[in-house]
Design a protein around this ligand. Structure first.
Ligand SMILES: C[S@@+](CC[C@H](N)C(=O)[O-])C[C@H]1O[C@@H](n2cnc3c(N)ncnc32)[C@H](O)[C@@H]1O
Length: 231
């Protein structure tokens, strides 16, 4: 069985970032004690690290299948809100010479809400743990760069592929990144993200294709691959 190497702190982050990793007991605890106590206390102590490591790997492997057609060797990839970076580890294992830039945040909200976040105040990551996960799962330090969305200026270079799974336009408005993304993409750059308003993006991009449909979740989102900003 293939799995990632996670320690307890990383398993906790994965659990906060991917609600489907919660067991039925954890879901009951979250419902009974509320999101504050769950995020603050229970997510730290009631967890099976090995099970989360295996399940998180399975989920990320399925996500990899959805974007595989857009991947190649030696690409420059921008990951917006990658969480702890399981998808990127799998990309790194399968495509040589990939360079990754991560834009993420360095805090865990006190009372995590998983819906649409108008002000983009929610986050659940720690950048030192993200770095630790990438290195312990064999991405070379020279092949990635982590940018703190709240503190650093965003890198000014072109990317071949931008991925943002269940982050951009799923939790917060695409508008936050719109002008930045148009600056760092060229006509061939593919931008992949999950949204509940896929048709809206046909006015923004020349090409929009739906690559995954999530009908089972509350949000009923679609994953779209977009290319070329319209002028
Ligand atoms: C639901 S998680 C998804 C994580 C990962 N993409 C996955 O599929 O497992 C959303 C992520 O977006 C991050 N996030 C929130 N606001 C962000 C922003 N403005 N820029 C980049 N990342 C952000 C959060 O910290 C969190 O790690």
């Amino acid at each position: 069985m293939e799995s990632f190497k996670l320690n307890r702190e990383l398993a906790r982050l994965a659990l906060l970032q991917r609600t489907e990793l919660a067991t039925s007991i954890q879901k009951k605890v979250r419902k009974f004690f509320g999101r504050f106590l769950f995020s603050k206390i229970f997510s730290k102590y009631i967890l099976n690290v090995n099970k989360i490591s295996e399940d998180y790997y399975k989920i990320m492997h399925l996500e990899y299948q959805t974007i595989k057609n857009f991947l190649d060797s030696n690409q420059n990839i921008l990951s917006i809100g990658a969480g702890i970076g399981g998808l990127e580890v799998i990309i790194n294992n399968n495509h040589i010479g990939t360079k990754f830039t991560f834009i993420e945040r360095d805090f865990i909200s006190k009372k995590i809400k998983y819906g649409w976040d108008n002000k983009n105040e929610e986050a659940y990551n720690k950048l030192d743990l993200l770095e630790n996960f990438l290195i312990s799962n064999n991405i070379k330090k020279t092949n990635f760069n982590i940018i703190n969305f709240d503190k650093s200026s965003l890198p000014d270079k072109k990317f071949n592929l931008v991925t943002s799974l269940y982050s951009l336009d799923f939790h917060y408005d695409f508008e936050i990144y719109r002008s930045y993304l148009s600056k760092v993409s060229d006509d061939n750059t593919i931008i992949i993200f999950d949204t509940i308003r896929s048709d809206f993006f046909r006015d923004i991009f020349e090409d929009v294709s739906v690559i995954k449909v999530d009908n089972d979740t509350l949000h009923k989102s679609k994953r779209i691959a977009c290319r070329k900003f319209k002028n």
